[in-house]
Design a protein around this ligand. Structure first.
Ligand code: DSN
Length: 435
């Protein structure tokens, strides 16, 4: 909760912050990309490091007075490398979107096609892909000739033979592996084989499941990818931001026909700054270091195991209530509910659940006939609730509530009674709950 001083100096913002805290405490946060940071991460994000300009990299800055921010950035880099067994990391991207943009532009200069867009492959947005993986409304889709791969309509999974066939046909120069609403493991080894055959770079975006990769609960992309990008605030449970890593060494960047003497990692460093960004957010970088240290502790692996156990139980319970899950289950922290058999749109489901105290987001599902503003699905995940200490029993109760709300989404009276039950359970778990 905010201080008395802030309540006096800026009561409107203090009120908004306090209400957000109460919302997070009294409701069930089930947006798969959200989490709750530790008090230590929060303290450092709100620290004096926010005052400092530090364009450049440690020991190579364009400003004086950078001794202490250098310490923080070096710690963030070293801890990131240890956490992911990476040889190189750049912790400056302000977000996953800027991390992706920097990765793409450093590997494939969109202007190098001399007026002809360069072919690139990424997972289709409607099939779980991310805006920055080639959506026409994003710079990625505008700068490159995007050929989207899709999920197999029967299995709801990525069909690697289809990816290989598409790559043979379009001969991409870059393939993006990763998603924001895909509940299954990624086969990075096969992606790399396909990329090699096509003469393409492989960029793996692990923003959602980075926490699983860090503790060995998901196949590791680093041995197979030229570049790995991530965010730091989802399963990783750090401050809001991005990061880029690589184990790829040497001047093989020439493989893609780009005449540059730079290695991939040198190219990415100079694309992050000064290519895409200006001054780094040193308070956030310092907080990334704190979060990485937390993720290196054994308790973080236990946390991730519980996230996955909760997701599995929730998915199984929901399927018992005849919810259709894309791919019929989950390997990770999230699941995608296709509500077409329930006669409820994603938009209405999101609203009705929110009114009942359960926060989710509407999401396109494969073959969706609705617009992105309406959709036929919702995406739900377990990272934030697990951070608060909720377990299998709570997941069972939540599945029953979701079923009840979706059965009768317009029933205000009923929603109110569920909201009371949700609040009672949610507020019995602390906001910051792990040890
Ligand atoms: N918007 C994020 C998500 O919710 O998955 C990805 O950037």
């Amino acid at each position: 909760m905010t201080s008395e001083a802030l309540k006096i100096s800026d009561p409107e913002i203090a009120d908004a912050v306090d209400k957000e805290y109460i919302r997070q405490t009294d409701k069930l946060e089930m947006i798969a990309s959200e989490n709750i940071v530790s008090p230590a991460v929060m303290e450092v994000v709100g620290s004096v490091m926010t005052n400092k300009y530090a364009e450049g990299y440690p020991k190579r800055r364009y400003y004086g007075g950078c001794n202490f921010v250098d310490i923080a950035e070096n710690l963030a880099i070293e801890r990131a490398k240890e956490l992911f067994s990476a040889k190189w990391a750049n912790v400056q991207p302000h977000s996953g979107s800027q991390a992706n943009q920097s990765a793409y532009f450093s590997l494939i200069d969109p202007l190098s096609g001399k007026g002809k867009k360069i072919p690139v492959m990424g997972l289709h947005l409607n099939h779980g892909g991310h805006l920055t993986h080639g959506s026409p409304v994003n710079l990625s889709g505008r700068m490159y000739d995007i050929h989207a791969y899709t999920l197999d309509s029967k299995t709801g999974r990525i069909d690697m033979d289809q990816v290989a066939a598409l790559a043979r046909e379009v001969k991409p120069r870059m393939i993006i592996a990763g998603a924001s609403a895909y509940p299954r493991f990624w086969d990075f080894e096969r992606f790399r084989e396909i990329a090699d055959e096509a003469g393409a770079f492989l960029v793996s975006d692990i923003a959602h499941f980075a926490g699983m990769v860090a503790v060995g609960l998901h196949p590791d992309p680093l041995p197979y990818s030229h570049i790995v990008t991530t965010t730091t605030h989802k399963t990783l449970r750090g401050p809001r931001g991005g990061m880029i890593m690589s184990n790829f060494e040497g001047g093989e960047i020439l493989l893609a026909g780009i005449p540059t003497p730079k290695t991939v990692t040198e190219a990415v460093d100079s694309m992050v700054f000064p290519g895409v960004q200006g001054g780094p957010l040193m308070h956030v970088i310092a907080a990334k270091a704190v979060a990485f240290k937390e993720a290196l502790q054994p308790s973080y692996k236990t946390y991730m195991e519980k996230v996955l156990e909760n997701a599995k139980v929730l998915a199984e319970e929901l399927m018992k209530y005849d919810f259709k899950l894309v791919s019929d289950g989950t390997d990770n922290h999230l699941m995608l509910l296709d509500l077409s058999n329930k006669g409820v749109t994603g938009k209405l489901a999101e609203k009705a659940l929110e009114w009942s105290g359960i926060t989710t987001n509407k999401n396109m599902v494969p073959g969706d006939k609705q617009s992105p503003f309406v959709t036929s699905g919702i995406r739900i995940g377990t990272p934030a609730l697990t951070t608060r200490g909720m377990g299998v029993d709570e997941m069972k109760r939540i599945a029953a509530w979701i079923d009840a709300v979706i059965k009768d989404p317009e029933n205000k009276e009923f929603r109110r009674s569920i909201r009371t039950e949700v609040k009672e359970m949610a507020s019995s778990f602390p906001h910051f709950a792990w040890s």
